[in-house]
Write a protein that binds this ligand. Structure first.
Ligand SMILES: O=P(O)(O)O[C@H]1O[C@H](CO)[C@@H](O)[C@H]1O
Ligand SMILES: Nc1nc2[nH]cnc2c(=O)[nH]1
Length: 286
């Protein structure tokens, strides 16, 4: 990988971007929401919006994936000051892991206290159906097994400790509130909880890989989210995560099913409103 991809950032870099955004938006969000593939509609719920394209923001990468608009949206949701990423960055796009997670530290410096991550994911748990919403209770950072971790390198103590704990990565009280909210919203029949695993992508998994992940206790697989969560927990943000099960992972050699991004986006279109309702009602409770 080239050194440009592996670039690192100083505390002052993050601070400069945060100050620029504060100046441009005039808003100090308390909640940041990262919208997964096809889930950018969440940002449309915000009131009093200020929209800032990534291309205008100092040091921000660009979104290159279909279904990721590439802009920050500031505004209020249920009266809470929020910032939404309409489009996230993925390792497979060629960005270094510090670049993929760059916005999270910027949000921390803007005063964000809670990070909500959403993603589209393949369902590995045989009890899951396409269209289920999975509350993420834990993760497996598969790239971390070979040393790909956003905290690799110099530890900036102003963000967090060298060896952060990850056994409490996903806030249990928010999971409880979301479960309660799903009952109120009439969507508990397609609500699940489970373990999300990120792979590097951009290939979808082979059948052997899906079987291996299942045997490891993974419920849903994707290509994002975990690096953002690690950086968020390192700097003390409360994290809540949702996976929309957009397709079922193929685990049978006789299956004719083939994972593809069009199916992923198609499922997000069908479940976007339910997911948006759940997130906005949850926000009203925190
Ligand atoms: O994780 P998000 O950004 O929702 O996107 C998921 O959907 C894409 C594959 O269809 C991959 O980028 C995968 O990570
Ligand atoms: N890796 C991976 N990412 C996804 N994103 C949406 N569906 C999938 C999937 O089946 N596998």
């Amino acid at each position: 990988m080239s050194s440009a991809n592996e670039r690192s950032y100083t505390y002052e870099d993050y601070k400069e971007t945060a100050d620029w955004l504060l100046n441009r938006s005039g808003q100090k969000p308390k909640v940041a929401i990262i919208c997964g593939s096809g889930l950018g509609g969440l940002a449309d719920l915000l009131e009093n919006k200020t929209v800032i394209p990534y291309k205008d923001i100092p040091r921000f990468p660009q979104s290159t994936v279909h279904g990721h608009a590439g802009q920050l949206v500031f505004g209020q949701l249920k009266g809470k000051p929020c910032v939404c990423m309409q489009g996230r960055f993925h390792y497979y796009e060629g960005y270094g892991i510090a670049t993929v997670t760059y916005p999270v530290r910027v949000f921390h410096l803007l005063g964000v206290e809670t990070l909500i991550v959403t993603n589209a994911a393949g369902g590995l748990n045989p009890d899951f159906n396409v269209g289920d919403i999975m509350l993420i209770k834990d993760h497996v950072n598969m790239p971390g097994f070979s040393g790909v971790n956003p905290l690799r390198g110099h530890n900036e103590e102003r963000f967090g400790t060298r060896f952060p704990c990850m056994s409490d990565a996903y806030d249990r009280e928010m999971i409880r509130l979301a479960t309660e909210t799903a009952v109120e919203q009439g969507c508990s029949s397609f609500l699940q909880q489970g373990v999300y695993c990120n792979l590097g992508g951009p290939c979808f998994e082979t059948i052997a890989e899906c079987k291996m992940l299942q045997s490891l206790g993974v419920d849903a697989v994707g290509m994002s989210t975990v690096p953002e969560v690690i950086v968020a927990r390192h700097c003390g943000l409360r994290v809540f995560g949702l996976s929309l099960i957009t397709n079922k992972a193929v685990v049978d050699y006789s299956s004719e099913q083939r994972a593809n991004h069009e199916e992923v986006l198609e499922t997000t279109r069908k479940r976007a409103l339910a997911l948006q309702g759940l997130v906005s009602s949850l926000l009203a409770k925190i």
